[in-house]
Design a protein around this ligand. Structure first.
Ligand SMILES: *[C@@H]1O[C@H](CO)[C@@H](O)[C@H](O)[C@H]1NC(C)=O
Length: 645
């Protein structure tokens, strides 16, 4: 066995040297498969996906099933079968099916015929337009994606890029060739110490276009032939063929994925991250130290004032002077700062969901750091996200009900019901709508009905009851009492100065957390839209930490300024101001759209905007909640450290 067990020190190492080491961890459950000489090695086909075209732009986001009738790809004699896949892998777009390719371990075979088909003009038109935009076939051999060997010119290293083109332009012409021959190159090695056992450690497919004129023999593939161009005016006959070459390789089984995990320009990646980390940490420390010093002075002054006025009831000029000073500052609003905010129900529900998201994200990244979400374990990321979100419904319910109770809310039934339904309902609703669009396009991206049903069942049978249980516990727990009493009559709020007005202050506050995650966001987006493998969880972990720090500290600063300006309506501001990070994330998605994608067609645009909105919405709740909870702790802390008579 060459599996490496994840260890705490390993996780730490992975964190420090993420791009190199994170790839070396594998889920203990993924065991290597050994094959005997000539034993059949299955080749599975996955969805046909859009890729960047010749102009390096992505032109579509709609993927198709490999066996969509219009492509007429060769089917196995007894029909293609679904290969069992996890929920996460299906949600993330995998549609893995069996194929009619015959690969025999360590046996070279050339020019085998798969099947023959005829493409009518309508199909030719459709396929040509797809190939024009850029579209790739995705196969799996022994769990490894069939890739293409690519040289990264910047670092001059070789790596395997999953997927290969269905067809491409012939030279610089407008004509598109249709690839009907595949050279499948499988790298393998004999298992050391075992007799007649071999393992697959790398798969490359070099597609070719060959217009066969006569019968296909084993050596036909050495002849030079013209490429096949699908005729849009008449039927085109196409023969599909393939050759299999088994090339011995020294790659160890445990590191076979390393070739697929390539970091483009790692120096820039590191540089920008370290750069933003420095700026963020510096900023946060500066802000915090100023704030702490100001607060210490405030608290000392307030408490000295109390002392003086008690000691000397006759009143001296010193007290008068300080008394004048006391007319400003955050102490003045002590009778209002814990007043119930408007719409406490909505705020509690959002915050409950925010707490749930917060813990889920943290745990997911922790699992990823421990190596459980390696790309070799397909779909594990999606599965773990769903699993964690479901189980953490408990935390959501508990948090929202506890907060709602402390805000003197009385519609507690509504609070219990809305917590597990409102936010997930919005996300699911958008997801379902987008799915309808995909379904209308006959895309394989549309989640199958059974998966949809499974999600709804998990939601209502596990997540909702858990949330109810959490809410029940939350309402039974003692009320969180504010450290100071709230007055009967609300104070008047003086008019606000420019930078404290809601919109400018929110935009300022949201900008900083966005700055912390901006670089990583770019890589996540390119992994989502260009279907690149994302595995830089070390970076992600650092970014998440930076985002939490900035969110918390800038919001606390804003709340401090608000209270100093005697504006005690801080609760919603503390939620909405950091939540504007989501606005920047959405704007960033739009800029990404303009610079990297050129989505032709209505459906592509709707899908892109829809998914971007969904992700932004989740960030809205997450960052808002981080800001709120940080401010909440801050406000409780400062008001419990002053004496009020
Ligand atoms: C198969 O062909 C490749 C390329 O020609 C060669 O390197 C390899 O040794 C061959 N493998 C076997 C098992 O004959």
């Amino acid at each position: 066995m060459q599996l490496r067990k994840p260890t705490p020190s390993g996780a730490l190492l992975a964190l420090v040297a993420a791009p190199q080491l994170a790839s070396a961890f594998y889920l203990p459950g993924v065991a290597p498969t050994s094959y005997k000489q000539d034993e059949q090695v299955p080749l599975y086909v996955n969805a046909i996906r859009p890729v960047a075209g010749a102009d390096a732009m992505l032109h579509s986001v709609v993927s198709y099933d490999y066996y969509h009738p219009i492509f007429q790809f060769c089917r196995p004699p007894d029909g293609p079968k679904d290969v069992g896949a996890s929920l996460g892998s299906i949600l993330f777009g995998d549609r893995i099916k069996t194929s009619s390719f015959q690969l025999h371990m360590a046996k070279n075979e050339t020019c085998k015929t798969l099947c023959e088909t005829t493409y009518p003009p309508s199909a030719a038109q459709f396929i040509n337009s797809l190939m024009n935009a850029g579209v790739s076939l995705n196969w799996l051999v022994d769990g490894l994606p069939a890739g293409q060997r690519i040289i990264d010119e910047i670092s001059d290293t070789e790596f395997y890029n999953p997927g290969f083109l269905m067809g491409q332009h012939i030279g610089d012409t407008e004509k598109v060739q249709f690839n009907n021959h595949y050279d499948i190159i499988v790298e393998y090695h004999a298992v050391p110490g075992a007799k007649d056992e071999y393992r697959v450690v790398g798969v490359i497919v070099q597609p070719e276009s060959r217009k066969y004129t006569g019968p296909v023999e084993a050596d036909t593939c050495n002849q030079a032939l013209d490429p096949v161009v699908l005729d849009e005016g008449a039927d085109t006959k196409v023969t599909f063929t393939y050759s299999v070459y088994w090339v011995p390789s020294k790659t160890a089984w445990a590191t076979r994925w390393d070739k697929y995990l390539h970091v483009f320009d790692p120096k820039i990646h590191w540089f920008s991250l370290v750069n933003s980390a420095f700026i963020v940490v510096f900023l946060v420390l500066t802000v915090m130290s100023i704030l702490v010093r100001a607060l210490r002075k405030d608290i000392a002054r307030y408490n000295r004032l109390d002392q003086l006025s008690l000691d000397d009831l006759s009143g001296t000029s010193a007290v008068m002077e300080d008394g004048v000073q006391e007319d400003s500052g955050w102490k003045l609003v002590h009778g209002d700062v814990f007043r119930t905010p408007s719409h406490p129900l909505l705020l509690s529900v959002l915050l409950g969901n925010g707490a749930q998201l917060f813990v889920m994200t943290g745990l997911t990244i922790a699992f990823a750091l421990l190596g459980f979400l390696s790309p070799s374990n397909r779909g594990s990321l999606g599965t773990i996200i769903i699993l964690l979100y479901t189980v953490l419904g408990f935390i959501g319910g508990y948090t929202s009900s506890r907060l709602y109770k402390s805000m003197q809310g009385d519609r507690w039934k509504l609070c219990i019901i809305l917590t597990p339904l409102l936010v997930p309902g919005i996300v699911f609703g958008v997801f379902f709508l987008l799915d309808l669009f995909l379904w209308a396009e006959q895309s394989s991206g549309a989640v199958p009905f059974t998966t949809m049903l499974a999600i709804i069942l998990i939601w209502f049978l596990i997540s909702v009851p858990l949330s109810f249980a959490g809410s029940w516990l939350g309402f039974r727990a003692p009320t969180i009492e504010p450290p100071v009493r709230t007055n009967q009559i609300p104070r008047q709020i003086p008019p606000v100065t420019t930078y404290l007005r809601p919109i400018p202050s929110a935009l300022l506050v949201g900008l900083l957390p966005f700055g912390a995650i901006f670089v990583e966001l770019y890589f996540i987006m390119s992994s989502i839209w260009f279907s690149r493998i994302y595995y830089m969880f070390g970076f992600l972990f650092l970014c998440y930490g930076l985002m939490i720090m900035t969110c918390a500290s800038v919001t606390v600063l804003l709340v401090y300024f608000l209270l100093c300006a005697e504006n005690y309506n801080w609760q919603w501001r503390a939620f909405l101001a950091p939540a504007t990070t989501a606005v920047y994330i959405f704007l960033n998605a739009i800029i990404y759209w303009i610079s990297k994608l050129s989505l032709g067609g209505f459906v592509g645009s709707v899908l892109y905007i829809g998914y971007s909105l969904m992700i932004s919405f989740l960030f809205f709740i997450l960052t808002g909640s981080i800001g709120f909870f940080a401010s909440w702790m801050f406000v409780r802390k400062i008001y419990s450290s002053i004496k009020i008579d």
